[in-house]
Design a protein around this ligand. Structure first.
Ligand SMILES: C[S@@+](CC[C@H](N)C(=O)[O-])C[C@H]1O[C@@H](n2cnc3c(N)ncnc32)[C@H](O)[C@@H]1O
Length: 257
């Protein structure tokens, strides 16, 4: 679903603990995601799966896995022993054998209990990367946890989305908001409009420079859209994408050396 990830530094109660907004939001987010017309279901997860490729026999680490349903599905479809990590600790009941769901912080995956020294064929940051305390450090750690020939699948909301919203709210221009470096408050009325996330804005160049600084190169980038059929069935979702563009997906591989 398009709105997404980004830095959380406070919640509606004014606390500075990054985990607390998601304690409140997690179940609302999953409820919204499971709707028949959610963009995650219609656009994002199919595109993420396509970029992951065939996971049969491969180990997967899902960083910021939500309730763990995505990594559980991959294991059901043949992935080897796989792990989901999420700060909320609000996980599906009875994931399939071979799926481990751990409450932990994606900012330092190697420090999550049970993950030290482990390697994975695929590491996913799906609409979760913005929560890393230090994005470059988080990606460097993930890079070190990749098995030979492994890669990272990372998605983020098109940064222009937030610039459009803020320009409308503030009566400013797209460029002013896109290049603004001020944190901003964000409430998602499709999830729970009582919870405020504080986000740091980013531009495309910010994002690309993080990948370079972490020693990764982009093998593929995707901007997924609705299928023709879904467009006809869910015109209100096409209207969202027409306005906000959607998400960006990246397939990232370690630079040699
Ligand atoms: C927008 S949801 C995306 C969930 C899932 N990856 C998906 O694609 O549906 C963001 C997730 O990141 C999790 N999260 C936020 N901060 C985190 C952190 N510091 N460490 C681990 N997970 C975090 C939230 O609890 C939430 O489940």
């Amino acid at each position: 679903m398009v709105p997404d990830d980004s830095h959380v530094t406070s919640n509606s109660h004014g606390a500075g603990d990054a985990s607390r907004p998601w304690e409140q939001l997690a179940s609302d987010y999953e409820q919204a995601r499971s709707r028949e017309d959610s963009l995650d279901r219609l656009v994002e997860w199919p595109a993420q799966r396509e970029l992951l490729g065939d996971v049969n026999g491969l180990s997967v680490l899902d960083a910021g896995c939500g309730n763990g349903a995505k990594v559980a599905e991959l294991v059901r479809d043949g992935a080897a022993a796989s792990v989901g990590v999420d700060i909320s600790g609000n996980f599906v009941d009875a994931p399939p054998p071979g799926t481990q769901l751990i409450q932990g912080d994606l900012s330092d995956l190697a420090a999550v209990p049970g993950l030290g020294g482990r390697r994975f064929d695929r590491i996913m940051f799906l609409q979760s990367f913005g929560y890393a305390k230090d994005p470059v450090a988080a990606l460097r750690t993930a890079r070190m946890m990749l098995a030979d020939n492994g890669f990272i699948v990372l998605t983020r909301t098109q940064p222009i989305r937030y610039a459009i919203e803020r320009a409308e709210q503030n009566g400013t221009s797209l460029g002013e908001e896109y290049f603004s470096t001020d944190s901003f408050s964000y409430r998602h009325n499709g999830w729970n409009d009582q919870v405020t996330l504080t986000k740091r804005p980013y531009t495309m160049s910010d994002l690309l420079n993080v990948f370079s600084a972490a020693g990764l190169w982009i093998e593929a980038a995707v901007e997924p859209q609705l299928s023709e059929d879904a467009r006809r069935r869910y015109p209100h979702k096409q209207a969202v994408l027409n306005k906000y563009l959607g998400i960006l997906l990246f397939k990232l591989r370690p630079l040699p050396g």
